[in-house]
Write a protein that binds this ligand. Structure first.
Ligand SMILES: [Zn+2]
Ligand SMILES: [Zn+2]
Length: 245
C-alpha cells in the first residue's frame, strides 16, 4: 500500500524500482571490481587484455590469489593496499560527472551508498578516514569536495572519525587524466600535499578516500606524506578504477 503512495524510484534512471536504491537494469550497467583477480596490493585487475601478460608474475609457490602486479613487485607504492569498487565507465562515470561538475549533491549520497555497500572485505577498519583534498581554488569553484562526501559517509559506516583538514593540497595540479606519461603524473603531484598537524596522524592507520584511481600517483603521494608524518599504515579506497589500455 505504502509503495503505491510513495513508489521507490531508482536513483539513477528515476524509474519505479522494486529493487531499492538502484534498479536491476542500472545495476547491470555497473561493472564491479569484486570477484576479479586483482593485485593484492594496488588492486589493479589482472583479467584485462594485456595486463596479465605484461605485468603479472605468479610465483609458483603461492596461490593465484596472492599475486602482485609488476609495479608492486618493484615497490612503487607507499600505501599498503588500494581497492576500488567499480570500473570508471558507463552510468557510474556519468553519475560521477554530474556529482562533481554539475553540483548534484544528491547523486553523492547514492554513490556513497554504492561505495559503502561494496566496502571491500579485505580492507581493515582504520583509525582515521582522510579524503584526498582539492586545491582551495577548485574547491571554491565546485563548492564541495566529492571525496569529503564519500569520507563523511564512510566514517559513519565504519564508526571512525574523518579528518578533511589534516592533509592539505598546497598547490594546484593538472587533472591527472589530462597527462599521458606516468612520470609526468608523478611529477604533477609531487610536493603538492602537506600535513597540517603531525600529532593527528602519528601511529594512526589511515584510510584515504577518493573518487578515481588511475595510475595511483595522487594517492601514492598522499600516502608518502602521511607515512612521513608518522602514520602506521595507509590504505586507500576509491569508488572507481580507471583502467588504461
Ligand atoms: Zn535504474
Ligand atoms: Zn599492484
Amino acid at each position: 500500500m505504502l509503495d503505491l503512495i510513495f513508489p521507490i524510484v531508482c536513483s539513477i534512471c528515476e524509474s519505479v524500482s522494486k529493487d531499492g536504491l538502484v534498479c536491476s537494469l542500472c545495476l547491470k550497467d555497473i561493472r564491479f571490481v569484486k570477484g576479479r583477480f586483482t593485485c593484492l596490493r594496488c588492486g589493479v585487475p589482472f583479467d584485462l587484455a594485456g595486463v596479465s601478460k605484461t605485468y603479472s608474475y605468479f610465483p609458483s609457490e603461492v596461490s593465484i590469489y596472492e599475486h602482485l602486479c609488476g609495479r608492486c613487485l618493484f615497490g612503487q607504492f607507499y600505501f599498503d593496499k588500494a581497492r576500488s569498487v567499480a570500473f570508471y565507465d558507463g552510468l557510474l562515470r556519468e553519475m560521477l560527472h554530474k556529482f562533481k561538475y554539475q553540483g548534484k549533491l544528491s547523486i553523492g549520497e547514492v554513490l556513497s551508498a554504492i561505495l559503502i555497500e561494496n566496502f571491500p572485505d579485505d580492507l581493515e577498519v582504520p583509525d582515521l578516514v582522510i579524503p584526498v583534498p582539492l586545491y582551495i581554488d577548485r574547491l571554491r569553484k565546485r563548492e564541495y569536495n566529492q571525496s569529503v562526501i564519500f569520507g563523511v559517509n564512510l566514517s559513519k559506516y565504519l564508526g571512525v572519525p574523518m579528518d578533511p583538514f589534516v592533509l592539505k593540497r598546497i598547490r594546484d595540479t593538472k587533472p591527472q587524466f589530462e597527462i599521458k606519461s606516468e612520470n609526468e603524473k608523478i611529477e604533477n603531484v609531487r610536493g603538492a600535499f602537506s600535513i597540517e598537524n603531525f600529532d593527528k596522524i602519528k601511529r594512526k592507520a589511515v584510510l584515504l578516500v577518493d573518487d578515481i584511481f588511475t595510475t595511483g600517483s595522487t594517492i601514492n603521494e598522499c600516502a608518502r606524506m602521511l607515512l612521513r608524518a608518522g602514520a602506521s599504515r595507509v590504505q586507500a579506497l576509491t569508488l572507481m578504477r580507471a583502467v588504461q589500455s
